[in-house]
Design a binder for this molecule. Structure first.
Ligand code: EPZ
Length: 419
């Protein structure tokens, strides 16, 4: 497995473009199953999770082809199966998102339970109860989901928690249901809005995404489309935190502040100046950062759990102490011990982590524990004296097209070795 070698101490200067959003393209790839026409996805990031989704689509009899760097065409005309093999389900936990679309198109589906992941248990009870509300019969004995839905019937569904994946799964299943489905208590993330935009471009009648109630008028035949994936707000947040960590002045093209305003608010409170304009986001960070008010992760529009580790990494040398509360996943502090090897002072108790700013961080050999925890190690290494070797970078490649390329474009000393 490859590793990064990062030499800290450089201020960041420069510009980088922001890739398409992983958490938007994955449900959209599942949504391509809903039409027998060809779909062209532009701004599609080249990620391990996208590769895994392509393998799932091909396993179902679809074709997917890279036309140029970031344009992927998918053709689900040849859809011939309704089962996703265990190996593929295990490779990517979010492959549960295919269930709703397969049911909508085929009337049946067979998927094994998605594995847990590095963040703790990842139940899908909200997905399954919503699909049962729409009329699916689901036998989930023995770790394999046997689903039958000869006729999905639209109705009101109430989510007891605004699950992103459950909202997306139910939107896709509802496209294949007759009548209107309303999803109350829906997740409001920008990626849900992007999915609605994609489905609308295919001729679906979907409204309300971005609010807590999404409505779908099902049963309409969907056609193909050409669609530009939205920019990845967590990748943009990562590079803003990199500039905050190392100091410097950067511009992130395509980044849109309205999607990550809780992160930019925290960085401004810490002393960074951030300006958003046509070209994207400009960020200037000088001097030692100040500690910020407690950061509590929450469903959108709250502070995104995916940015918790990367903001923590940026604040390791802040003046004072910063408190984090991780409310979305039960095991999302696994990066803390690795940051401690670089000299960070972080105390974890249950859902709370207290970061006390230190004067210095030093390079050390560290290991990625998960996608965003791995990105946090890179952010911290930029502010460390000496060299840091970040191993098991496959975790990072799941969500970042090429973090080394992007950070180098911003002036960081980072190389990928050992491939
Ligand atoms: C999506 O995961 C994202 N992944 C995650 O990003 C992100 O952290 C998460 O939303 C929260 O914003 C993708 O979009 C591919 P949830 P998802 O369902 O859909 C519990 C990254 O780093 N829950 O909103 O799995 C669940 O256990 C990844 O890019 C149930 O209890 O998130 C968790 O505690 C990590 N039952 C909470 O809800 C269910 O049926 C949030 O989960 C579903 C979820």
């Amino acid at each position: 497995m490859s590793h990064f070698v990062i030499r800290g101490g450089n201020r960041l200067e420069g510009e980088a473009g922001i890739q398409g959003a992983k958490n938007s393209v994955l449900p959209i790839l599942a949504a391509t199953l809903l039409t027998a026409d060809q779909v062209e996805l532009r701004g599609c990031p080249r990620l391990r999770d996208v590769d895994a989704s392509i393998r799932i689509l091909e396993g179902l009899g679809c074709t997917a082809r890279w036309e140029e760097e970031n344009t992927l065409t998918v053709d689900a005309r040849g859809l011939s199966g309704c089962a996703v093999p265990e190996a593929l389900m295990r490779e990517m936990r979010s492959s549960a998102i295919f269930l709703g679309a397969i049911l909508a198109r085929c009337g049946q589906a067979e998927l094994s339970y998605p594995g847990g992941c590095e963040l703790g248990p990842r139940p899908i009870d909200l997905h399954l109860s919503g699909l049962r509300d729409l009329g699916a019969e689901i036998d989930d004995a023995g770790g394999v989901l046997h689903c039958k839905a000869p006729r999905l019937q639209g109705r009101e569904i109430v989510l007891s928690f605004p699950s992103v994946g459950a909202t997306e799964n139910l939107m896709l299943a509802a496209c294949g249901a007759s009548g209107v489905t309303t999803i109350a208590g829906a997740a409001q993330e920008p990626e849900i809005v992007d999915l609605q935009r994609f489905l609308t471009a295919c001729g679906a009648r979907v409204s309300g995404a971005g609010t807590s109630t999404v409505s779908v008028e099902g049963g309409r035949p969907l056609h193909g489309c050409t669609y530009m994936i939205m920019p990845d707000r967590i990748v943009a947040a990562t590079y803003l935190c990199a500039a905050a960590s190392a100091g410097g002045e950067i511009v992130l093209r395509r980044a849109r502040e309205e999607h990550l305003s809780t992160v930019t608010a925290a960085l401004r409170e810490a002393g960074c100046s951030i300006r958003s304009g046509e070209e994207g986001l400009a960020c200037v960070c000088r001097g030692r950062l100040k500690a910020v008010r407690p950061v509590r992760t929450a469903p959108y529009p709250g502070f995104p759990t995916d940015a918790q580790a990367i903001l923590m990494a940026a604040l390791l040398k802040c003046r004072g102490a910063a408190v984090f509360e991780e409310n979305m996943f039960s095991s999302r502090y696994r990066h803390v011990d690795e940051l401690g090897r670089m000299g960070a002072d972080i105390r974890v108790s249950g859902r709370t982590a207290v970061v006390t700013g230190v004067e210095h961080l030093h390079g050390a050999p560290v290991r990625c524990t998960d996608l965003r925890g791995g990105a946090a190690l890179c952010v911290a290494a930029l502010a460390a004296e000496g060299e840091t070797e970040v191993s098991e970078t496959g975790h990072i490649d799941r969500g970042y097209e090429d973090i080394a390329r992007d950070l180098r474009a911003l002036g960081a000393e980072i190389v990928r070795a050992g491939d």
